[in-house]
Design a protein around this ligand. Structure first.
Ligand code: ARG
Length: 592
C-alpha cells in the first residue's frame, strides 16, 4: 500500500504542478512542530530562488490548488513559506484499515530480493561466550530478521574459530596432564574413544591456563605451535581431539545462543575452508595480484581516495603459515561457491575494521566471490561498565555471557516480585523473557558503532526507553483484550477493519499517525541495516499507545461503535509491536 508520506508527496507534487511550479518541490516531511501541524512541506522556500518570488506567495498558490482536497483536514501557508498539513481522519482510518488487512501492514517489499550471508557469531572453540560476543550476536540476529522480513534470502553463519593456536595449546596441556591417552601415541591405530577425555568445563579451565603458561614459557609455546601444525597436517590423534573439542564447544554454544534467542543457519568453521587456500593463493599469484615482499606473499590494497594508509594484505607469512586474512579470503571463495551471495555482511568488534578493509579489497580485486558480490563490515562499539571501561567481572575477569544474563534475570525477578505476587517458577520464566528484552533492547537501541554503558538498573526498569517498558505496554494490551473477551467480546487475530472509525481526539489521532510510520521505519532499518531505528519506533508507538490508553475510556466507553473501533485499533497496535520486537529478537510474556 502507498505510505502516508507518499500519498502526501503525490498531492503536493500535483499542487505545485497545477500552480505552475516544478513538481520536484512537492514533498512532505514529518512536522518538527507537532503542536502546529502533523506534516509540513518546505518546498516553497526552495522554489523561491528558481522563481524569484516570495516563498509565501508560492506556498499560497499551491494551497489554492489543494485546499478543497479531502486528503487534508487542514492545509495552510504560514510565514515565511511553510505549508503546514493536518491529514484528514478519514485518510488515517483508511490507512489503518489497510494495515490491518494487508500482509506485513501493507509494507512494500524491495523489487529485487537479495541473497545475503551474515557472519555474526565469531566464537572460538574451547572458549565460553563472553560479553564481547554479545553485541555481534544481538545485532546480527536482528539484522538477519529485518532482511528476511523485507524479503531477502538470508543465511546466518556462526563462523566458528576452530583452527589456530588455541587447539595446539589445549593439546599440549592435555599431553602434559594425561600423557597416556591414545591420542598422543603415534603408533596407535585403533579406534579412539567416542567420549572425550574432558568436559566443557575442563576445557574452559585448560585453555586460559595453557594460554597464560605459553606466554611465560617459550618452549611450551613452540610445542603448541608444533601441535597446531601437526593438527593442520592431519595427525590422526590430534584430529580426534580436535573433533572432541569441536563437539563439546558447539553443543555448549548452541545452548547459550539459544538462551539469547539467537540462531544460525550455518555452523561453518575456519577449518572448513582450508582446502580452498592453495588454489586461491595460486589464483592471486596468477592474476598478478599477490607478490613476494620480505619473504611473505602480499596483495596491495591501497586506493587513491584513501585518507590513511592501508597496508598490503599479507596472504602467506614468510614462514609459510597462513593467517586470519587468508582464512577469511578462503571463506569468501567458499561462500561464493555454495551460496552465490549478492552481499556478505560481517559483524564484529570495530577494532577489526582494517582487517576487513584489506580482505574486502583483495576479494573485490580478485573477484573471489563473484564479480558483483558486495561486502559490508558493521563494526561494533564496546559495551562498557558503569566506570566507562570495557565490561568486566568484579574481580576484573572476562564476564561470561551466561553470567551476565543471570544477573539481569535476577534483577528483573526482584522487580517483578515488587509489583505482584507470583508463584516462584512462573516468575522465573517471566524474568527470563523480560531479562532478554532488557539486554537486547538496551543494546539495540544504541547505534551499533557507538560504545555504550551497560546499566543494569536502567535497562531493567519498567519505565522509560527500555525493553521491559515495551513489554509492559504489550502486556497491558493483552490483558485489556483478555478482559474484553471475558466480558463477551469477540476477537479475531487480525481484527475487523470495517469497525475502525476515524480518530476524533488528539491522542487517538497521534496514535494513528505513529502507526503510519511503520513502513518508513522498516525501509530505513533495512537500508541502513539499523535495528536502532526499530527501537525508536517501538518506543514512540508504546508512548503513543499509553497516552491514548490514559486519555480514553476504552472498555467502559458508552458509545458501542467507538468502543468497537478502539478494540480494533488496539489489536493493530499489539500486532505491530509484537512484530517489531520479533525483529529485534525477543518476545513478550502473557503477564509481568
Ligand atoms: N573468531 C574471530 C575472533 O574471535 C571473529 C570472527 C569474525 N568473522 C570473520 N569472518 N572473521 O576475533
Amino acid at each position: 500500500m502507498k505510505k502516508l508520506i507518499s500519498v502526501l508527496k503525490d498531492k503536493l507534487e500535483e499542487g505545485f504542478e497545477k500552480a505552475g511550479y516544478d513538481k520536484k518541490y512537492g514533498f512532505a516531511t514529518v512536522s518538527n512542530r507537532p503542536d502546529l501541524c502533523q506534516y509540513q512541506c518546505n518546498g516553497a522556500m526552495a522554489a523561491a530562488k528558481e522563481y524569484k518570488k516570495a516563498p509565501i506567495q508560492i506556498a499560497a498558490d499551491v494551497i489554492e490548488q489543494l485546499k478543497e482536497d479531502s486528503t487534508f483536514e487542514k492545509i495552510e501557508a504560514v510565514n515565511p513559506g511553510f505549508i503546514n498539513i493536518t491529514v484528514s481522519g478519514d485518510v488515517l482510518a483508511e490507512l489503518a484499515r489497510k494495515m490491518m488487512t494487508e500482509e506485513k501492514f501493507g509494507l512494500e517489499l524491495p523489487q529485487q530480493p537479495k541473497t545475503v550471508v551474515i557472519d555474526y557469531g565469531g566464537p572460538n572453540v574451547a572458549k565460553p561466550l563472553h560479553v564481547g560476543h554479545l553485541r555481534p550476536a544481538i545485532i546480527g540476529e536482528s539484522i538477519k530478521r529485518i532482511l528476511r522480513y523485507m524479503g531477502d534470502q538470508v543465511l546466518g553463519d556462526v563462523h566458528l574459530g576452530d583452527w589456530g593456536l588455541p587447539i595446539g595449546l589445549i593439546i599440549t596441556e592435555l599431553r602434559k596432564r594425561q600423557p597416556g591417552l591414545p591420542y598422543f601415541d603415534e603408533q596407535f591405530d585403533g579406534e579412539y574413544p567416542a567420549e572425550p577425555p574432558f568436559t566443557i568445563s575442563d576445557l574452559e579451565e585448560i585453555y586460559p591456563y595453557a594460554s597464560g603458561f605459553s606466554k611465560e614459557h617459550e618452549d611450551y609455546l613452540h610445542e603448541a605451535q608444533q601441535a597446531t601444525a601437526e593438527l593442520q597436517d592431519g595427525r590422526r590423534g590430534y584430529r580426534a581431539l580436535w573433533q572432541h573439542i569441536l563437539n563439546l564447544t558447539v553443543t555448549d554454544l548452541k545452548r547459550v545462543y539459544d538462551k539469547l534467542n539467537v540462531d544460525f543457519d550455518l555452523w561453518k568453521k575456519e577449518s572448513d575452508v582450508q582446502d580452498y587456500i592453495p588454489d586461491m593463493v595460486e589464483k592471486l599469484k596468477a592474476d598478478g595480484l599477490a607478490y613476494e615482499s620480505e619473504g611473505a606473499l602480499v596483495v596491495d590494497v591501497t586506493e587513491e581516495t584513501d585518507k590513511k594508509e592501508i597496508p598490503p594484505c599479507i596472504v602467506v607469512k614468510s614462514n609459510g603459515a597462513t593467517l586470519y586474512a587468508t582464512t577469511d579470503l578462503a571463506t569468501i571463495v567458499e561462500r561464493g561457491k555454495l551460496f552465490s551471495p549478492d552481499e556478505i555482511i560481517y559483524i564484529t568488534d570495530k577494532r577489526q575494521e582494517l582487517h576487513f578493509t584489506q580482505v574486502f579489497r583483495v576479494a573485490k580485486k580478485a573477484g573471489l566471490a563473484g564479480a558483483d558480490t558486495e561486502f559490508l563490515f558493521i563494526g561494533i562499539g564496546t559495551m562498557n561498565g558503569a566506570d566507562g571501561k570495557p565490561f568486566k567481572t568484579r574481580d576484573g575477569g572476562v564476564l561470561r555471557l551466561e553470567a551476565l544474563k543471570e544477573d539481569v534475570d535476577r534483577k528483573v525477578l526482584e522487580r517483578i516480585k515488587e509489583n505482584r505476587d507470583y508463584e516462584e517458577d512462573k516468575a522465573a520464566g517471566i524474568a527470563e523473557k523480560v531479562g532478554l528484552a532488557a539486554v537486547k533492547y538496551g543494546d539495540l537501541s544504541n547505534q551499533a558503532a557507538k560504545d555504550y554503558i551497560f546499566d543494569i538498573d536502567r535497562f531493567t526498569s519498567f519505565e522509560g526507553n527500555t525493553g521491559p517498558y515495551i513489554l509492559y505496554t504489550i502486556v497491558r494490551i493483552k490483558s485489556l483484550l483478555a478482559k474484553y473477551e471475558r466480558g463477551g467480546g469477540a476477537l479475531e487475530e487480525k481484527g475487523k477493519p470495517e469497525l475502525l472509525k476515524k480518530p476524533d481526539n488528539d491522542s487517538e489521532t497521534a496514535l494513528y499517525l505513529t502507526l503510519a510510520k511503520f513502513a518508513d521505519t522498516m525501509e530505513a532499518a533495512y537500508a541502513e541495516r539499523a535495528p536502532h531505528k526499530i527501537c525508536q519506533f517501538v518506543y514512540e508507538l508504546s508512548e503513543s499507545f499509553n497516552a491514548f490508553y490514559h486519555g480514553n475510556k476504552i472498555l467502559g466507553n458508552e458509545d458501542a461503535s467507538k468502543k468497537a473501533s478502539y478494540i480494533q485499533l488496539i489489536v493493530l497496535v499489539k500486532n505491530m509491536l509484537e512484530q517489531c520486537i520479533e525483529l529485534l529478537g525477543f518476545s513478550a510474556p502473557e503477564r509481568m
